[in-house]
Write a protein that binds this ligand. Structure first.
Ligand code: MG
Length: 355
């Protein structure tokens, strides 16, 4: 088993290794004071791994409760969040009990936000079951639900007590979810590790899974330790996300998050190349790698619609959008673009727009 320690406002370990799901009860027994554990999971993931986790927890003396909600981004809303809080209250969880988020990004964000707010904060543990959650959303303490006006608009920073990733769970991951997770893995390579990008060009993620997850988690650790509350360098992790979130919103969340991020990364890289900010050929390399995972690389919405959605997003500060822009593969910068310039800026990102 590998372990990566995160020194944020709370110190915790991200554990990576086959068999961790079965070991979870024993690990958490040593780590937490909890006597009750509320497992939060969607119907699909729970049907695969819920009983196994429950058994492991009960075998080590936890009293468990299961909150199961319909899978999909549409559940990451105030209604389901409210139902979860009421569930925790009915089950009489105390401040020394814990929540276990068993699932992908939606589950982790929802369960984490409930943990951040129930009784003003209780422990929670992330047990990611998707590639995206393993490399990105389960680490770093961002929790949230979506509002009708945009993604993650209600949320809190709240670090988990631990992250337990058992790579065996990816065997049941739907292929499109695996591809969507690949977009976040590729994001890390572009934003700060050209060697890793080269290795992804050579070997599929599935063929280097534990190494790839460790590289991504270590990069995230560095950014979170430097800037836990996302006011500086952590924003680099939003590469592809400013336009990606806008595309997700416009699609009515029918796009998977990773698909939207793939489009966003390709788009912003083409626009940056066109403006001479990014080394020529970078967009083509990025698009080639994204296409290996059959990810979309073109945003199907016009610039005006995208701009309007971006300008309503929370990542705007005043009248400026802080766009994350690659200078080359492995190096990105935060580029402030004024709201006035923004539509022109992104109009350069469409395929065929490259001269
Ligand atoms: Mg993301």
């Amino acid at each position: 088993m590998r372990s990566i320690r995160i020194h944020a406002s709370r110190v915790y370990d991200v554990m990576i290794g086959e068999g961790l799901l079965q070991e979870s009860g024993r690990i958490l027994r040593d780590l937490l004071p909890a006597s009750q554990a509320a497992i939060v999971s969607d119907d699909r993931v729970f049907s695969f791994y819920g009983e196994q986790l429950k058994r492991s927890l009960e075998d080590t003396g936890f009293l468990t409760h299961c909150f199961i909600f319909p899978h999909g981004e549409a559940s990451k809303n105030l209604t389901v969040y409210g139902q979860l809080l009421n569930f925790l209250s009915e089950k009489k969880l105390t401040r020394s009990d814990c929540i276990i988020a068993l699932g992908g990004g939606v589950t982790g964000d929802l369960a984490g936000f409930a943990a951040a707010t129930f009784l003003r904060g209780i422990d929670y543990v992330q047990v990611p079951t998707s590639l995206l959650a393993a490399v990105d959303s389960s680490v770093g303490g961002k929790t949230a639900v979506d509002l009708p006006g945009g993604k993650n608009q209600a949320g809190a920073f709240c670090q988990p007590a631990a992250v337990l990733f058992d790579p065996a769970v990816l065997r049941t991951l739907p292929i499109e979810e695996y591809r969507a997770g690949a977009a976040e893995v590729i994001k890390y390579a572009v934003l700060g590790n050209s060697d890793f990008f080269g290795s992804l060009e050579q070997t599929p993620i599935a063929g280097q899974l534990e190494d790839a997850v460790s590289v991504c988690v270590s990069m995230k650790r560095d950014l979170v330790e430097k800037d836990e509350y996302d006011r500086g360098d952590r924003m680099l992790l939003n590469f592809g996300h400013t336009l990606g979130h806008a595309a997700e919103l416009i699609s009515g969340y029918t796009l998977l998050h990773g698909e939207a991020v793939a489009m966003g990364m390709a788009h912003v890289t083409r626009a940056a190349e066109r403006r001479g900010i990014c080394e020529k050929g970078s967009a083509a390399r990025l698009v080639r790698l994204l296409k290996q995972y059959e990810l979309p690389t073109e945003i199907p919405y016009p610039a005006e619609l995208l701009s309007a959605a971006v300008l309503s997003d929370k990542k705007r500060s005043g009248s400026t959008v802080r766009l994350i822009v690659p200078e080359r593969i492995g190096q990105t910068v935060i580029l402030p673009v004024s709201a006035n310039e923004f539509p022109g800026w992104i109009s350069g990102g469409y395929e065929g727009g490259l001269s």
